[in-house]
Design a protein around this ligand. Structure first.
Ligand code: NAD
Length: 406
């Protein structure tokens, strides 16, 4: 049965309880599972992604009542229920990415013994350097979390009620389990459009207007592979910030095409666990330059590629410091001396962000937080990057001299 909610003020009709079975982008129609046809002028694909299931790796038993995934509200409610019934028991967390790290922290806070299992040498392998990962792993271990790295699970022990009682690993280890949380990545939901739209990086390829290979069809969020102007590369980003901003951009491109430039997004990821909190901006390619106090609570890393700063990570920063690393990363300043960058650390980003630069040309209309960057602004950024690099070199020289006097 379909539920229709109509908001006459916003002009939005929400049709709930309805699954789209097929799409015909040539005819601009969608066919629902109930047999209804929906016609459109513009289509925005926001189908997101689905959690990868263990079955895709040949492991059976994912449907057991105490094996949990985390993708939607129902999954979250289920994890909480299973957590309550596993109080004081053992949880095995499969995967050392975002879900694994965030769920392991919540489980151990809820007094459940946690063992994390993943194939890489360290946690958050897609983003963290070994040095950054070591900090978090040590912090987690101090909270009681155990890590088993470099292996994957091979099967489950399942009792006569269909509940998992143990996890068997490929290296022969057997881990007793009252519950299992699986966070082994996602796959974008593209199947309705395969063979009809161009795909790239596992998602629907779009241009800077979030427009797919069919000009009436737009894609946003986890499912969209879009050009990241800053890196001149197509990326598919899995994060809420990118989902929100790409959605606003697609709507702007549809409603006001003449005023909407190309999406100019600075990749941004963050996480908060225990009392820790980190943010990352840009790209983690090239040489990683660590800074700060890895024995304390504030540290980070810059990534330098082809002589420019392209990515920044900071744990334990203030709002101003996070804003500074974001601004510095967007400006891509030239880095001539990585040793100096290591010494300056956060001071470098603060200096870059405070460097007075000429105001950029403003777009003709600014619509709230979805400021649309026009092409001349991008060019301005490149120029500003050079100006900033010169200022930073001067700052570094001054700082170096000052330091040598101490
Ligand atoms: P992920 O890609 O972050 O991590 C997947 C992890 O699973 C990796 O450690 C990988 O090595 C491991 N893995 C893969 N196959 C495995 C196997 N067979 N056995 C054991 N480990 C295996 O994915 P995720 O943690 O599942 O997160 C899913 C999505 O949710 C991601 O898109 C993520 O960005 C998003 N998410 C983001 C946040 C945040 O931004 N703070 C929080 C939660 C989830």
């Amino acid at each position: 049965m379909s539920w229709i909610v109509w908001d006459p003020f916003l002009g939005i009709e929400v049709v709930l309880g309805t699954r789209v079975k097929s799409a015909d982008v040539r005819r601009k129609t969608l066919l629902t599972a109930m047999g209804e046809t929906i016609s459109y002028k513009f289509l925005i694909i926001a189908t997101g992604a689905r959690a990868l299931k263990l079955e895709e790796f040949g492991v059976k038993g994912s449907d057991s009542e105490n094996v949990c995934y985390l993708r939607d509200l129902a999954d979250a409610n289920r994890i909480v229920d299973v957590m309550h019934s596993s109080a004081g028991g053992n949880a095995v967390v499969i995967g050392g990415g975002y879900i694994g790290m965030e769920c392991a922290a919540s489980l151990v806070i809820s007094k459940i013994n946690v063992t994390m299992v993943f194939p890489e040498d360290h946690c958050m392998a897609r983003l963290f350097t070994p040095k950054i990962a070591a900090y978090y792993e040590e912090y987690y271990m101090a909270k009681g979390v155990k890590f088993i790295k470099g292996t994957v699970l091979s099967s489950f022990d399942i009792d006569s009620n269909g509940k998992v009682t143990a996890v068997l690993l490929r290296d022969g280890t057997r881990l007793p389990a009252d519950m299992v949380v699986v966070g082994i990545g996602i796959r974008p939901n593209t199947s309705l459009f395969e063979g009809q739209l161009t795909l790239e990086k596992g998602g629907i390829k779009v241009n800077g207007k979030m427009q797919s290979s069919n000009s009436s069809v737009y894609a946003v969020g986890d499912v969209a592979a879009f050009p990241v102007k800053l890196f001149s590369e197509t990326r598919r980003l899995e994060h809420v910030d990118s989902a929100r901003k790409s959605a606003r951009h697609a709507v702007s491109a549809i409603m006001e095409p003449e005023k909407t430039g190309d999406f100019d997004y600075l990749p941004f990821f963050y996480s908060r666990v225990f009392t820790l909190s980190w943010q990352f901006y840009g790209d983690n390619v090239g040489e990683a330059i660590h800074f700060g106090d890895f024995g304390g609570s504030k540290f980070g890393a810059f990534w330098v590629s082809k002589g420019q700063l392209v990515g920044s990570f900071l744990e334990g920063g203030t709002k101003e410091e996070y804003e500074a690393i974001a601004k510095a990363t967007r400006l891509k300043p030239v880095i001539e001396d990585t040793a100096e960058l290591e010494t300056l650390g956060l001071e470098f980003a603060l200096a870059v962000s405070q460097t007075p630069v000429q105001a950029p040309p403003q777009p003709t209309e600014v619509r709230g937080p979805s400021l649309i960057l026009e092409k001349p602004l991008y060019v301005w950024h490149a120029t500003a990057g050079v100006i900033v690099a010169a200022s930073v070199a001067a700052f570094a020289l001054w700082y170096g001299r000052k330091r040598r006097r101490w």
